[in-house]
Design a binder for this molecule. Structure first.
Ligand SMILES: Nc1ncnc2c1ncn2[C@@H]1O[C@H](COP(=O)(O)OP(=O)(O)O)[C@@H](O)[C@H]1O
Ligand SMILES: [Mg+2]
Length: 304
């Protein structure tokens, strides 16, 4: 396992040297010091494990405790936050990336007290943006600084985009199910994060979705946390689990968040617990929005 991690580190290092160039421009974040939305990135190794459901329902749970929340659909291949909410926004991230609109202009309120930035589904070219475009895009997040919390629903797996969003995050939430394939892929993404950010204090958090119970989920989490600590020297926090619950696909079919459709279902209670835990463990002063921009731009230029 150690060998494998070592090899991966090598690959990522070479990849980074190849793609992230030295021709750096100094970017000055245009953020006032009081403005610090908490950026939460939701990601996974394997697809279909529950990222979008967690992102949207977590947003609702935060809204219920009085937070101003934005969900950004950054799954640039398979965007579906708006589908889950039965909305067809006129503009989406496609227009932002094409520089036709700003993020603020495409932000839409939902009937659930949260706002969304719709993704650009089916436009695969933007799934792999060039570095400059990615920088511009992350810079655009600057304009959302009046939110308390920005939840970024990413695509599964590792692309430069996903890594940028993880770099931008105060909390990087990794979601897996108890399935061996999902666990392996989740571990894979944790490895890559460890490779990319060994000096950074990423708030890496684990959620086990579709568990049959607390014991099963805890077993999965304990194994992953132990391996990450042993082989990658990486601290991963267990945030909690979500029951495998038929209320979830039911709500998805009705294009409503399960927190709305069935606020007392097992999955809703679990998400509430996860959000309560996150709210108790706020990122430190060094984190937050300004820090996010520094981390992001620091990633490709080593200086801020
Ligand atoms: N806790 C759960 N219980 C039952 N089914 C779930 C649960 N979470 C997700 N699902 C199912 O998995 C599907 C994929 O979830 P989704 O949030 O779209 O995953 P992702 O965004 O990771 O691709 C959902 O449509 C739903 O049917
Ligand atoms: Mg999704």
């Amino acid at each position: 396992m150690e060998d494998q991690a070592e090899r991966l580190r090598e690959i990522m290092k070479r990849k980074r040297e190849g793609t992230v160039t030295a021709k750096n421009t100094v970017v000055k974040p245009n953020v006032k010091s009081g403005d610090k939305p908490r950026i939460i990135t939701v990601t996974s190794g394997k697809g279909g494990v529950g990222k979008t459901n967690l992102s949207v329902n977590m947003a609702l749970a935060f809204a219920r405790i009085g937070k101003k929340v934005i969900v950004m659909d950054a799954d640039l291949g398979l965007a579906n936050v708006n589908v889950m909410l039965n909305m067809i926004p006129k503009y989406n991230l496609y227009h932002v990336i094409k520089k036709q609109k700003t993020i603020r202009e495409i932000l839409v309120e939902t009937e659930y007290g949260i706002s969304i930035v719709a993704g650009a589904s089916g436009f695969s070219q933007i799934a792999n943006l060039g570095e400059e475009d990615r920088k511009d895009f992350i810079r655009e997040l600057d304009s959302l600084s009046n939110a308390d919390i920005i939840i970024i629903d990413t695509s599964a797996g590792v692309s430069s985009n996903v890594l940028d969003f993880i770099a931008a995050a105060d909390d990087a939430v990794i979601i897996t199910t108890p399935e061996p394939t999902a666990i392996t892929d989740a571990y894979g993404i944790i490895k890559i994060i460890a490779t990319e950010y060994d000096s950074l204090d990423m708030g890496l958090k684990l959620v086990v979705n579709r568990a049959r119970g607390a014991a099963e989920a805890k077993g999965v989490a304990d194994r992953m946390i132990k391996i990450a600590g042993q082989f990658l020297n990486l601290n991963v926090d267990y945030l909690g689990f979500i029951y495998d619950d038929s209320a979830v696909p039911h709500a998805v079919l009705r294009q409503k968040p399960f927190m709305v459709e069935d606020p007392k279902c097992k999955a809703s209670i679990c998400v509430q617990h996860i959000v309560e835990r996150m709210d108790r463990n706020k990122p430190g002063e060094s984190r937050g929005f300004g820090a996010m921009l520094r981390r992001f731009f620091g990633r490709s230029q080593e200086t801020t």
